[in-house]
Ligand binder design. Sequence first.
Ligand code: HOZ
Length: 427
Amino acid sequence: MTSLNQQLFERAQIRIPGGVNSPVRAFRAVGGAPRFFTLGAGPRVWDVEGREYIDYVCSWGPLLHGHAHPKIVSAVQAVAEKGLSFGAPTELEIELAERVCALMPALEQIRLTSSGTEATMSAIRLARGFTGRPNIVKFDGCYHGHGDSLLVKAGSGALTFGQPDSSGVPADLAAHTLVLPYNDVEALETLFAREAAHIAAVIVEPVAGNMNMVLPRPAFLKRLRELTQTHGSLLIFDEVMTGFRVALGGAQSLYGITPDLTTLGKVIGGGMPLAAFGGRRDIMQHLAPLGPVYQAGTLSGNPVAVTAGLVNLELAMEPGLYERLGEMTRVMTEGLVQIGRHHGFPVSACALGGMFGFYFRDTLPTHLHEVLSADKERFKQFFHGMLAQGIYMAPSAFEAGFVSTVHGTAELEKTLEAAETVFSTLA
Ligand code: HOZ
């Protein structure tokens, strides 16, 4: 008897390539049929077969306050009744711009887009236009959306499916993307000594979240800032994932670094398609209509998405919220590690705010090669075991996990009980 999820997956594959609208969702890295969801409430989701799961994907990060938060839903309903899109300015956009710039002082100006990919792609174009230089530097395993210049040694789905260098990207263009290992200060210094005059920007996930989660060495981010500043290259922090997720002020507030440009997405849209890039005013003023760098979007600053983002951020501003969220994430991941090790598995985990990494290797990875050395077969078994116990984790060993502010003690206990059951059967 084929399950309903399987039936839908087969039907989807007739009209949608791979049955999904974003590759990692297809479950290919773990096997089996993806779950088709019908309902989300707080920290939980339900699939078409009526099965309930505690959700640690949280729509890949945006749902800082869980599914269908009543305040977000009612604000979105109210604004939707007044019109879904104008393709003209609204006051709501100014409010969101003001709020984000106040929370992240490195952003003096901001432009809204509809997806993180658009934000990073535009930030790269702006950096090239501003500096007049052609090359960008990225780090092996970091993912910055699927813009052509950035699908070189990329993480996330590209890494999951063994296509870190996508077909369809002209070699001439890819040649302008220079790739270095994450956390490697020496490699950075060598490259800058040789190529600085041609480097428009260095783009980095200040906490990497698309090769599982990899914490930066503080000295790495510090040196990045110094070298870019000295040589007139721009430093772009891609905080699409970490912005308002690891801290209210993003990873840049935790590590005390002021980038020239920052890209945002996920939490800034509260579950709606919204992203942004922003930074120094003198750079942002190179954008059309003020300057020569073109960038646009029919649905940019869409009022419904902006409203969801505004309420998501308003809720995030509650005092003590990130401390509580960080504590919940830490206790959950430490619990997983403790249970795994008790059953003899070499596991490790890291957590920051509402984001975590969990690895089948005994020490935390510091760059992609160490991430790749984790046991992917064990991960698959663990993933399916947890799924059968009602715990929904990212279906890839190369994605970070997410905890929301409404995951509570009940979810924590159920997750750790499930882990106990799963690790004891894996043993
Ligand atoms: N690239 C996203 C995670 N890092 C996956 C997005 C999705 O499939 O929704």
